[in-house]
Design a protein around this ligand. Structure first.
Ligand code: ATP
Ligand code: MG
Length: 237
């Protein structure tokens, strides 16, 4: 499937090609669908469904950030490739066959899984991408072959033109590792090292401030984007 074919998808095509709706649009969140076209599977994240203008603008920003992070990480195993961007607020990415760790049996994740997940996060950081939202454990997947994958780069931090990103980067990187420790604590506490156990509940004052500011901004943004869902946006936009 050529990139241009994913880029020219319309809403009607996306509806017709849907295999499964992973998540309905809600407040500031996008609609996430698994689609299949010409035998190839993909995931469509669309911030424009049930959306007001503010959510479209937010979507443009988040899709640009997710696309930039995925492009920086391109070539790493178990990171989805960007397939297209049919609208500025819609991104189409490669489908990774698997399910979120929140849906697997406890005991299904072993030491090999966690070693690979740590290597994946190390490699992301080496590329200059801190994920920023791994604490939401449904962003960590177990692929059908048992290996780990990571999705949802809408909150990723990358040093670049924005000097604040460079300041936040070490805290966000530390948070990525803390999320892995949190997952271990939940499903395989015997695998936690002493260092991880100590890190699990410790945050530097700078990190606490960073989290407070981020939560404040996120809550405001959610409220503004939620306007459409609560008032009822125009259908089919
Ligand atoms: N590339 C992918 N391959 C397979 N499944 C995916 C992929 N991307 C997302 N998913 C599934 O869809 C779910 C929701 O996707 P995602 O986490 O990207 O959106 P979200 O959490 O709603 O977005 P946001 O955090 O930007 O509001 C994931 O938890 C995962 O189960
Ligand atoms: Mg998510």
């Amino acid at each position: 499937m050529k990139r241009s074919e994913w880029d020219s998808l319309h809403r009607g095509d996306i509806n017709r090609l849907t295999v499964e709706i992973h998540r309905r649009a809600w407040k500031a969140r996008p609609e996430v669908r698994h689609i299949r076209m010409g035998g190839q599977d993909a995931v469509v994240k669309d911030y424009g469904r049930e959306a007001n203008i503010f959510k479209h603008l937010l979507g443009i920003f988040l899709v640009a950030r997710e696309a930039a992070a995925l492009r920086r990480a391109e070539g790493l195993p178990h990171i989805a490739r960007v397939l297209g961007r049919p609208r500025l607020w819609i991104i189409v990415i490669e489908y990774l066959p698997g399910k979120p760790v929140t849906e697997v049996e406890p005991g299904a994740l072993d030491v090999t899984y966690f070693d690979e997940l740590e290597r994946l996060v190390d490699n992301l950081h080496i590329r200059g991408v801190a994920h920023g939202d791994l604490e939401k454990l449904d962003n960590i997947l177990v692929m059908d072959d048992g290996s780990p994958a990571v999705v949802d780069f809408a909150a990723a931090i990358m040093p670049g033109l924005n000097p604040l990103a460079a300041l936040a980067l070490p805290h966000v990187c530390a948070n990525d590792y803390r999320a892995i420790a949190k997952l271990k604590e939940r499903v395989a506490p015997e695998l936690l090292s002493e260092k991880e156990r100590r890190r699990l509940h410790y945050r530097t004052p700078a990190e606490l401030w960073f989290r407070r500011i981020r939560t404040y901004i996120r809550d405001r943004v959610k409220r503004m984007a939620a306007g459409a869902t609560e008032r009822g946006a125009s259908p089919g936009n």
